[in-house]
Design a protein around this ligand. Structure first.
Ligand SMILES: NC(=O)c1ccc[n+]([C@@H]2O[C@H](COP(=O)([O-])OP(=O)(O)OC[C@H]3O[C@@H](n4cnc5c(N)ncnc54)[C@H](OP(=O)(O)O)[C@@H]3O)[C@@H](O)[C@H]2O)c1
Length: 313
């Protein structure tokens, strides 16, 4: 394809590293169309170097600056154009590989916990798929907020990783009832917040372990989309809130606000020494030429944290 040309207020990023997301798997299968105006090339995030400035850029960036970006698509290519406000500086001490693992899942977790979930210190947060890329970020941000992360995952190895990152307890959903375990942990009170990328198969357990006035945030449907049963009465009885979220199709203004808040409040913590230091969790690095193997690895639920992709230079 032709090299993209940066438009008004955009910069051209020469991509060094991108990362894989579940959305890429769905898009490949024809089940997830990019939002209007977005590139049809896969890739929701990238790190690399500023290579050109479009007209009207405000001078935040200069050619050669290392940067990382949240994208609606197009990141798995040698070049991608980005509105200058959606580029972020790479925190000191992080590699381009680590940086490429940040934008999509850390911005998502930050948004779910703070902007939508209004997480408070001392609250309990149940994070499903605790060793997923989003999960590994959400555990650390929950701890940073002074709240208590509980997780579910499908293997002992994944639960151990989640606990290493700060989970107070983890439940193997294949071997035990996470609802019962969560209620036991919270002495019957239930959890204040649920970050749920599973949906259908978990709905009843979720609502049963939600605390009074709890918030349940649905941001994925890995466990299906159908609900059969008294969801409304159970939610109503708890005065619960069910909130849904999709980041990719948010408008530019919202993403700008999110990137700014994240840059100010969270990014410095990737460089600060100490027990609260944030860590992008990388599972495997694939060269782009092995993209098929990368998709298969994610599809098989084998990754703990992110799968990153190296672009040919
Ligand atoms: N709405 C948004 O804005 C937004 C943004 C980013 C991501 N997402 C969504 O968030 C989800 C997680 O993304 P990610 O990149 O963190 O994924 P990921 O790293 O690939 O991890 C997903 C994990 O979910 C677990 N899982 C898969 N199917 C399951 C099922 N049916 N029941 C229970 N657990 C299941 C598997 O772990 P186990 O071995 O533990 O089962 C799998 O490894 C995806 O659905 C993605 O599309 C949404």
């Amino acid at each position: 394809v032709p090299k993209p040309i940066p438009g008004e207020g955009e910069v051209l990023l020469k991509v060094a590293v991108s990362a894989l997301n579940r959305a890429d798997l769905l898009q490949r299968q024809g089940q997830y169309h990019p939002p209007p105006g977005a590139s049809s090339i896969l890739g929701l995030e990238a790190s690399g170097y500023v290579s050109e400035l479009g007209p009207g850029c405000q001078g935040h960036w200069k050619i050669g600056d290392p940067a990382m970006a949240l994208l609606p698509g197009g990141g798995q290519a040698q070049y991608v154009t980005v509105p200058e406000e959606l580029l972020m500086s790479i925190p000191e001490g992080l590699t381009l590989h680590q940086a490429a693992a940040i934008p999509e899942v850390w911005l998502t977790s930050f948004q779910l916990l703070h902007l939508l979930g209004n997480v408070q210190a001392g609250e309990t947060v149940l994070i499903h798929a605790g060793a997923s890329a989003v999960g590994t970020a959400a555990i650390q941000l929950t701890r940073m907020a002074g709240a208590i992360p509980l997780v579910t995952a499908g293997s002992q190895n994944k639960l151990q990783m989640a606990e290493k990152l700060g989970a107070a307890a983890g439940f193997n959903y294949k071997e035990q009832d996470f609802c019962e375990a969560t209620l036991k942990f919270t002495k019957g009170a239930g959890v204040n917040l649920i970050l749920d990328c599973i949906g259908g198969s978990y709905w009843e357990k979720n609502v049963n372990c939600l605390a009074l006035d709890g918030r349940w945030i649905l941001y994925g449907l890995l466990g299906g989309e159908d609900v059969s049963g008294p969801l409304f009465s159970k939610l109503f009885y708890k005065r619960g809130s069910l909130i849904t979220s999709r980041l990719r199709n948010r408008d530019k203004k919202y993403k700008q606000m999110l990137v700014k808040a994240f840059t100010e409040q969270i990014l410095p913590h990737f460089s600060k020494e100490g027990p609260q230091r944030l860590l992008p969790v990388l599972d495997r690095v694939y060269p782009m030429a092995e993209i098929q193997a990368a998709h298969e690895y994610m599809q098989a639920n084998r990754n703990v944290g992110k799968i990153v992709l190296e672009l040919p230079q």
